[in-house]
Design a protein around this ligand. Structure first.
Ligand SMILES: Nc1ncnc2c1ncn2[C@@H]1O[C@H](COP(=O)(O)OP(=O)(O)O)[C@@H](O)[C@H]1O
Ligand SMILES: [Mg+2]
Length: 271
């Protein structure tokens, strides 16, 4: 099987009520998949199920195969190893994932050392600076000693991506990574994720409620609604020929450049 991640019949339920309902999708090594759907459609529960981090009380059924291994059959210890070394996650709110009392550099260095036992503090610090440069944080040599609150939202998300990369993961799951950011910064973070994927060969699962976000980044799309996959296909096909009314409604909500130009023309904007 050439798929890196293969999800079959995944169901997540609370008190017997499914919030993710028998969904299927797969991601090839180095590939990219967008999971799109409105708030509450089960996207985060899907990603937490893959990571083995579902909240207490959540029931799970179906199979999640990663690199040919059924993750459900791994012991907690081996699952922790997969999570640390092979699958990395980037969340919506980097501030809550960073410790406010430690410098950003110390936290990246810590993540780096966690994957390389025996590496000296000095080498880890140098690696942290390098990791910050790689995600295009300017003056990394100086900023490595700054605290999370001294960074903008976009820069904090770059730090989280640097930490995710420290394990050299085969898969990055980014759950609404740009939702808290303004549009210009969103585009920069999406460019960075695309660049990272190209340079490292890691596969990417990008989760978002915003179809505009996935259009440039994901090769394949899964559209979720109320825990079910209502549409799946290449991003190109879903955008050019959406088959489910819900996908069409999501697409109608995406602002298009030609629409803005049209609006400018009709209002005589730009003099
Ligand atoms: N701990 C929980 N107990 C019961 N229901 C939950 C719990 N966590 C999430 N849910 C429900 O699961 C559904 C899917 O949530 P989620 O995966 O977070 O949606 P999304 O990420 O698409 O916005 C929601 O209806 C949510 O209310
Ligand atoms: Mg969510």
């Amino acid at each position: 099987m050439s798929e890196l991640l293969d999800v079959r019949g995944l169901t997540v339920s609370f008190k017997g009520v499914p919030v993710v309902d028998a969904i299927d999708f797969s991601v090839p090594a180095g590939g990219s998949l967008g999971i799109v759907g409105e708030s509450g459609s089960g996207k985060s529960m899907t990603s937490l199920a893959i990571m083995g981090l579902l909240p207490k009380g959540a029931g799970r059924a179906g199979s999640i195969t990663f690199g040919g291994q059924d993750l459900a059959e791994l012991s907690d210890r081996r699952m922790r190893a997969v999570r640390g070394d092979r699958i990395a996650m980037v969340f919506q709110d980097p501030l809550s994932s960073l410790n406010p009392y430690y410098t950003v550099g110390a936290q990246i260095a810590e993540a780096y050392r966690a994957h390389r036992p025996g590496v000296s503090r000095r080498a880890a610090r140098a690696a942290a600076v390098e990791a910050m440069e790689r995600v295009h944080i300017r003056e990394a040599g100086r900023r490595v000693d700054d605290y999370p609150h001294q960074f903008s939202g976009g820069m904090r998300q770059r730090v989280m991506i640097a930490m995710a990369l420290s394990a050299e993961p085969e898969l990055i799951i980014a759950d609404e990574p740009t939702t808290a950011l303004d549009v210009t910064v969103q585009a920069q973070i999406l460019d960075l994720l695309t660049e990272v994927r190209r340079d490292t060969g890691a596969a990417l699962v990008l989760i978002t409620h915003d179809l505009a976000v996935v259009s440039e980044v994901a090769d394949e799309l899964v559209v979720m609604r109320k825990g079910k996959v209502v549409e799946a296909g290449t991003t190109e096909r879903v955008f050019s020929d959406p088959r489910h009314p819900y996908t069409r409604a999501l697409l109608d909500a995406v602002p298009r450049i030609d629409d803005s130009i049209g609006a400018l023309r009709t209002t005589g904007g730009g003099e």
